[in-house]
Design a protein around this ligand. Structure first.
Ligand SMILES: Nc1nc2c(ncn2[C@@H]2O[C@H](COP(=O)(O)OP(=O)(O)O)[C@@H](O)[C@H]2O)c(=O)[nH]1
Ligand SMILES: Nc1ncnc2c1ncn2[C@@H]1O[C@H](COP(=O)(O)OP(=O)(O)O)[C@@H](O)[C@H]1O
Length: 188
């Protein structure tokens, strides 16, 4: 079975950018599904499998999801087929999940390494507000980061923690992450 590195942590901690950088150096990403509307520049099948609420709910009823969660009023989930494809390919991959997803996958699929990507709340606020768009959405994400995603349940589940606040350059973070990935691939 191939290894899956789950990136989890607060909104705007850099998970998506890290996943894209790892993909560019040959560690592919597992695409999850969501009912959230695509943001500008996001493509179906590349950033997410974008689905309607009714298609997602039908998928749940048909047992197509290995796990799913509700975040910010939208559904997010991992299609069982994606995990099976990865397992069969014998190639490691990364996946972005929330805590519920990490726990669900750890229970069903033992080859999960939980890599927490953190950032301090000031960096999170700055990044979310800089992204523009819906400020209510940003406020909900900031509150969730403060109340939940920077909390003990998240940190305590991590197999490794990398902090990626504005005080560290993205390159330095990526170097740390690459070191962890190499370790994971050689030891687990
Ligand atoms: N459990 C679970 N969580 C997911 C999945 N896909 C994305 N997430 C989580 O859903 C949240 C929202 O994702 P998104 O709107 O892209 O937020 P952003 O990446 O923080 O801007 C993040 O905390 C992700 O970690 C999934 O398939 N399963
Ligand atoms: N070390 C860093 N310093 C400054 N900005 C960063 C750093 N790492 C990531 N960012 C920026 O933070 C924003 C959120 O990153 P993103 O990867 O979308 O986060 P997530 O997927 O965790 O929500 C992006 O605009 C990204 O360029």
């Amino acid at each position: 079975m191939s290894k899956v590195i789950a990136l989890f942590g607060p909104s705007a901690s850099g998970k998506t950018e890290i996943q894209a950088s790892l993909s560019a150096i040959g560690v592919p990403k597992l695409i999850t599904a969501t009912t959230r509307k695509p943001r500008e520049g996001e493509e179906d099948g590349v950033h997410y499998h974008f689905m309607s609420h009714s298609a997602f709910e039908k998928g749940i009823a048909a047992g197509k999801f290995m796990e799913w969660t509700r975040y910010n009023g939208e559904l997010y989930g991992t299609l069982a087929a994606s995990i099976e494809e990865t397992a069969a390919s014998r190639q490691p991959a990364t996946i972005i999940l929330d805590l519920a997803g990490v726990l669900a996958l750890k229970e069903r699929y033992s080859h999960i390494f939980a890599l927490y990507i953190g950032a301090d709340i000031a960096s999170i606020k700055r990044r979310l507000l800089a992204r523009g768009g819906d400020s209510e959405d940003a406020q909900r994400r900031i509150a969730r980061a403060e109340e939940i995603e920077l909390g003990e349940a998240y940190l305590g589940t991590a197999d490794r923690i990398v902090w990626n606040g504005d005080d560290v350059s993205f390159e330095a973070t990526l170097q740390q992450v690459e070191t962890v990935v190499k370790e994971v691939l050689s030891h687990y």
